[in-house]
Write a protein that binds this ligand. Sequence first.
Ligand code: SF4
Length: 313
Amino acid sequence: MNDLLVIKNLYVNFLVEDVKVKAVNGVSISIKEGETLCLIGESGSGKSVLGLSILRLLPENTEISGEIIFNGKNLLSLPEKEMRKIRGKEIAWVPQSPSTSLNPVLKVGYQVAEPMILHLKLSKKDAYEMTVELLDYFGIHPARRRAEEYPHQYSGGMRQRALVAMGTSTKPKLIIADEPTKGVDVIKKVRVVKLFEKIKRDNDKLSLLLITHDIPFAKKLADRVAVMYCGQVVEISKAKDFFKNPLHPYSKALLESLPSNGLKPIPGQPPSMINPPEGCKFHPRCEFATEKCLKEPPFFEHNGNFVRCYLYD
Ligand code: SF4
């Protein structure tokens, strides 16, 4: 399969008064057509900032460099007008908070129909009929009546499905979903997994970037896993290898911290994003650290997977 998205050497800093918050520090990853890439890591590791960078939805105090090539175009050098045509049409964003992401004063049907009117140039009537079909497809019943309701009349799960309906309505090439299981109980989590499985089953060319700290969720859906730590990707592995034998010491610690694996806490404190550690960002917490680790490790290949750690030199 071809690469749909290639991110090269991406840096994202936020300038807050005279302080620089280094949110993304030299990330290079790619997503293939039809692939599901799960971006995992602790909160504050830069995952959501990376997702928002792809859509160029970052605040004004952002410094950004590198390349984000989508379908052959570098998104970072496109005029805003061009970017607006891609955002919501070719790349959809499913935000992490369904309760605050829908406009409370507009009917859900109107909100789901809007991207189709804007990007696909459908008439209001046709977009509305498509909306009813989409709500029905995503299990929001009876769809025609539900389309006339406001977000507060929906349950949390229904709001999330409505957001996914909105995201998929323009048949994008890439969906970026930010923490789709955040604050969701176990039963609803199963529904979210089924929802994404259904979307992938019916659109085999669709690529998914799932940003999540929920590792069991990632295990259900990922083709490949990218692990983020302190604004860097430290491992990119095929999912079947990653969940059996993670490579990076941080990846191992992350899996061992799961309740199903003994709930072993990761030693030490998460790093400062203002003054990140020199060299390997994980070295202050790593039991295998040596003098060498004070120099930043490059990526090493290991059985077709990639890891930023001198243990694989
Ligand atoms: Fe640990 Fe060194 Fe590997 Fe970093 S490079 S994870 S400090 S062994």
